[in-house]
Design a protein around this ligand. Structure first.
Ligand code: ADP
Ligand code: MG
Length: 257
């Protein structure tokens, strides 16, 4: 059979077998293998590597697109020099992702603009790369979803916010919640306790959580479970959004020349 017909049949078979990346790269990879005198084994290996990489990329794109995260950023994009008081080693340790295998939680605490969401997002993105299921939500969206699923335990259990190996709950403490909503949040926390990791960002110190949750007994129960196995990262510095601006405000910083 002439090469052209063989190539057409092979292409059609690769489509039927759902190996689109291998199929699309086939002519080019074949030509290169011939040029370089690659062995059959090397050629097959290259082609299947293409397929695996392509499928992996698509899985990742889908996971990130549907993650609910506010944006996609990485640790590489985080400028530690902008936060000199941040415990860099503690942050870097998180990025080995072992906290996920231990089902531990992470807190990023600090005022607005210091990079809490950025670091939480970067952790989730790294986790997605490593094959973990992730989900991102703000506290107010989470509460809304929990209310929606209230009384429907089956649906609640199927939802990504309860199932994912890593859930980011962003902006805890920005909006007050009712006593009933506190209970829903408690149930969410209890259902994930020692089973999956929750990453929380908050502009409130733990001492302010009691006010947020109305009920001191409930807040103790929530924090007890969240903090039992956890890493707390405090970011005390200036807002990254306002960088450059606080120079003029800070009387201890000499003016730039
Ligand atoms: P918040 O602490 O309020 O959650 P964000 O993490 O959303 O703040 O940070 C606000 C913006 O500034 C984002 O675009 C984020 O990527 C950026 N940012 C914050 N801190 C840093 C940093 N140290 N290096 C690079 N970008 C940063
Ligand atoms: Mg934020």
């Amino acid at each position: 059979m002439p090469d052209q017909l063989l190539l057409e049949r092979l292409t059609a078979n690769l489509t039927r077998l759902r190996l689109p990346h291998l199929r699309d790269r086939l002519p080019e990879t074949l030509a290169r293998a011939e040029r370089e005198g690659a062995s059959y084994l090397q050629l097959l290996d290259t082609l299947f590597e293409e397929e695996v990489a392509g499928k992996e990329q698509r899985r990742l794109d889908t996971a990130l697109r549907s993650s609910g995260l506010p944006y996609v950023k990485s640790l590489d994009e985080f400028d530690f020099t902008a936060q000199p008081h941040l415990d860099r080693r503690a942050v870097l340790n998180l990025f080995d992702l072992t906290f996920l295998t231990r089902h531990e939680n992470v807190f990023f605490l600090g005022p607005p603009g210091v990079g809490k969401t950025h670091l939480a997002v970067a952790l989730a993105v790294k986790a997605a790369h490593a094959g973990y299921t992730i989900h991102g939500t703000t506290m107010s969206d989470l509460i809304a979803k929990l209310r929606e699923d209230q009384g429907n335990a089956a649906r609640g259990r199927l939802r990504r916010y309860s199932r994912a190996a890593l859930v980011v709950v962003d902006e805890v403490g920005y909006t007050p919640i009712t006593r009933e909503e506190c209970h829903l949040f408690y149930q969410f926390v209890a259902s994930r306790y020692e089973r999956a990791s929750t990453v929380i960002t908050s502009n409130k110190a733990f001492s302010d959580w009691a006010e947020l949750f109305h009920d001191p007994v409930l807040v103790t129960a929530v924090l007890d479970r969240l903090l039992h196995h956890s890493t707390v990262i405090n970011i005390k510095g200036h807002s990254f959004r306002l960088r450059g601006k606080h120079r003029e405000e800070d009387p201890n910083t000499p003016p730039p020349h």
